[in-house]
Design a protein around this ligand. Structure first.
Ligand SMILES: [Zn+2]
Length: 381
């Protein structure tokens, strides 16, 4: 299976200039390729992938207004061209129904002001040198902070610059599955708003204090930014401070999600979560805070680790009232506002809202898994 491994890199000021040039050229080629495809489509002309590449890379390099494209590695330009092709295809297939799943929007043109600047290279344009530096064509050898062991030779690398001005190398590597010894326990997880998560066995996972502190710093930085005058120097400084605070929150969140997902996968043979795209919460005004809480990232980590370590991962993908259903008697007791943390079912059972939901998710997940295995059990809901 393929996984992404990301490391911080520290380019010298000279290398930063060269990277900036590569980011710029990749952006221009991406936009040119997108425009070429749109124009061809509007004119009813079919344009092959090779045609597009010839037009926006090979021919463009000879044009006076694009001659600077030759200053960067051509693999970067070719990959940008392919990124545009994939974005366009995904959108097209999504519209025609060929691509399943969530609708993909029309590809957006890239801008110099985007929060994330990136180039993608294949083995043609990058390699890890014996001195452990990462060689990138036309940029040089970059210093990498190897924070964890890279399990195999990468087939491609993306160099990223984020809004906080940090650089990263993101590798795609092939890793072996490493099934863990089987265990008996299974778990349903209710992702919460007041707490990070509640597990069906009763464990409450709170957001750690360092994360809450980072979030507070971010809020303050955002307030300061909103008070600065448009276009002023101070505003630019405040914006960078917000970006840095943002990056810190994102990092803390990712680390925390990694720790938690590792423990959950280690301790359980099967993990069940609600698919948030269909859960009641996301359709409400809470949508923003839901995304902020990083649930998507967390469930993706669980899914990936389950696959890697031989555990079952099931998303309950139909809507079911996990917080209205009594996990003791099965009665649906009607909707409950989020402020209600505890309720008593007519059957006499007293429920903690989130724990009850987690237990229901466990039951529904088990039923769904049995069905998928050819069993005949119907979901309790
Ligand atoms: Zn009941």
């Amino acid at each position: 299976m393929q996984l992404r491994y990301q490391y911080r890199v520290y380019p010298t000021p000279g290398q930063q200039d060269l990277l900036a040039r590569s980011f710029g050229c990749a952006r221009v080629v991406f936009n040119d390729a997108l425009r070429a495809r749109q124009d061809a489509y509007a004119a009813g002309v079919t344009l092959s992938d090779t045609d597009v590449q010839k037009q926006v890379v090979t021919a463009a390099k000879k044009a006076p207004e694009r001659v600077w494209l030759s200053e960067v590695a051509s693999v970067v330009l070719v990959q940008a061209c392919q990124d545009a092709r994939r974005a366009y295809r995904n959108w097209f297939d999504s519209m025609s129904g060929k691509r399943k799943g969530r609708k993909v929007g029309a590809p957006r043109f890239r801008s110099r002001k985007d929060n994330r600047q990136a180039i993608r290279l294949t083995r043609n344009g990058c390699s890890i040198r014996p001195n452990r530096k990462l060689y990138v064509a036309k940029v040089g050898e970059l210093k990498v902070a190897w924070s964890r062991y890279l399990p195999s030779d990468p087939s491609s690398v993306t160099i990223i610059k984020d809004a906080a001005g940090r650089y990263f190398a993101s590798f795609v590597v092939e890793v072996d599955q490493q099934p863990l010894p089987e265990v008996d326990s299974e778990v349903g997880i209710d992702l919460g708003l007041t707490t990070f998560a509640v597990l069906s066995a009763g464990r409450v996972v709170d957001s750690p204090r360092f994360l809450r502190r980072a979030e507070r710093t971010l809020r303050k930085a955002q307030q300061t930014l909103s008070r600065k005058e448009e276009g002023s120097n101070n505003r630019a400084k405040a914006r960078l401070r917000v970006a840095k605070a943002h990056a810190k929150v994102a990092d803390s969140r990712r680390n925390f999600a990694h720790q938690q997902s590792t423990v959950i996968i280690r301790d359980n043979q099967a993990v069940y979560v609600e698919d948030l795209a269909v859960s009641g919460l996301v359709r409400t005004r809470l949508a923003k805070s839901v995304h902020d809480a990083g649930w998507g990232m967390f469930t993706r980590m669980l899914e990936e680790k389950a696959r890697r370590y031989g555990r079952a991962f099931v998303k309950i993908d139909r809507w079911f009232p996990s917080s209205q259903l009594c996990s003791a008697c099965g009665v649906v007791d009607g909707p409950k506002p989020l402020s209600i943390r505890e309720w008593t079912c007519p059957c006499g059972a007293v429920h903690d809202r989130d724990l009850n939901a987690a237990i229901n998710i466990l039951a529904a997940g088990r039923a769904e898994r049995l069905n998928a295995c050819g069993g005949t059990v119907s979901p309790a809901a």
